[in-house]
Design a protein around this ligand. Sequence first.
Ligand code: GCB
Length: 636
Amino acid sequence: MCMRYGSLGRFVCLAAAGLAASGAALAQSPAARLPLATAATEPLLVAADLREGTDLSGEWRYSIDPYRSGIAGFHGETPDRGQQRWLDVDVRKAMAEDNRTLFEFDLAHSPAAQLPGSWLAATPELRHYQGLVWYQRSFTVAPGRKGRTFLRFGAANYATVVYLNGQPLGRHEGGFTPFAFEATTALRDGENQITIGVDSAATAATVPPPVTDWENYGGITREVRLVQTPETYVDDAWVRLTRDGKLAVEARLRGPAAANAPVRLAIGELKLELAGKTDAMGTWRATMTAPRALVRWSPEQPRLYDVTLSAGDDRWRDRIGFRTIERRGPDLLLNGKPLFLRGISMHEEEIGANPARIITPANARALLGEIKTGLNGNYVRLSHYPHSEVMTRAADELGLLVWSEVPVYWMVAWDNPATLATARNMLAENILRDRNRASVVIWSVANETPVSEARNAFLRTLVSDTRRLDDTRLVSAALLVERDRAAAVPTMTMVDPLAADLDVLSINTYNGWYTQDRLTDLPGSVWRVPADKPLVFSEFGADAKAGFHSPDRQQKFSEEFQAEFYRKTLEMADRVPTLRGMSPWILKDFRSPRRQNPDFQQGWNRKGLISETGVRKQAFAVLADYYARKAAVGAR
Ligand code: GCB
């Protein structure tokens, strides 16, 4: 069954399905029967990370459920009591008291793991586990609560059901974006129990589908918090600089006093105050001329301001930078000045031998610091899905421009309306989360997707959603090109009709790595691309195992080969007239189950300029020198 709801007119399918909208079970547990939480229906709690609350990070009990017995019985029926992981029951006591009682789980006495963090790294037994895992913990709440309490997840990969004190709170699909459920009435004074089922399994209908080139880090990979607000609160606020240099605000209150409510925006350092009133829907929109004293955010001067929005008892706050980003013909303009994106791509994986996708502020700074100061960069492609809000906040603070992307990767089910609904929702959750981040300048809707009518229609829907949700940023997608097999020099043509819908054209090129080209052939490459739009090389790269050297033969996987690949590709890049930036593949070696060469890969994609533990390879200096020269000559 598909229903249309929300301002985006999003279709949400409540199909008789498994934990993900795309799964297989028939009848289900109470939370799995609830409608999916979406950006149109769930509390958005924009900037929730800066609100008062309780962090539920730390020790949780967990238990695997490979047959999803806690979701549906083996004939598809509602699971029987002995399988209901979410029950608020003392299993040992219940079984000791009545010998007819049977429970086939006991989360309170199961092994413990630290959250946030993927289960893959928690214990060797779970290293390759993909499926359902239940987590449980208890926490205490002091009596005398006022206002509302939400349970907010930074992200859980991939499909999630949540119970509080035995009651279903909701479910969500999508592994990289935040979601929240109201917990006000389900909470009790004193001891509370929370149970979460997270299913990491990808299917043909999920976004992304099962085949990718990165590790599928299952589990609760970002913070879980109880967030406190007054009865009526600011659920969404977007404060920005418009292209014509005005300060604009759009805010939405939720709660009984949301309509016709007085609201006030303040930026103390600028002595700026703007007062107004919400409409009958609880929405407030206003613009004003930007104060002369406003210092625009840029990588060179990443100036952020404390912004507050007062509404009744609520005081929403965020740290926001103000800048403009535009394209004019083939040029990119940041604050009206020409820009060249000196970047690199990155997965959401911390530096270390056994990563668990834990992005703390320190982990984010360690990665971004290598780009900003190590590589002399001004830009990062956060591929291939929305990264933690910790990362985009760190980019704001350090001064790195960001490409932000949804995991519409390689082959998704273009014809499946449920898949489109999922992708649209991810896109909305990502944009609504990060519209206040000055660092984010490009929203990307896809990566390397083969042209077809169904795919074009799917991606055009995402492009138009993006523009509707945010008309201040640029839209892109990493596109495939056609190679002319007969040409004497590498000759590539952009034939993708989606190019007409995008602001920035992006190409991934692996000539010289996956092709038979000699590295010496690369500088003479010919790129046939539309001349009226900026082009970026969103990827290029070659693998190297840190410490493997082959000075004479320049064998693949040697540091020398990778360094030479960079030299020749950069020489090629310098000859592309409309090139306005690049994000080579990739900053750090990352886990990828498809990479199994035992000498060089061992389960890692080795295209990093640093190893998984942070050791710089030779090519690092090649790119760093190139960017230093680029920075010295400005955007030319
Ligand atoms: C690509 C993909 C990226 C892969 C990379 C590679 O084109 O976009 O996700 O990891 O190539 O290493 O092959």
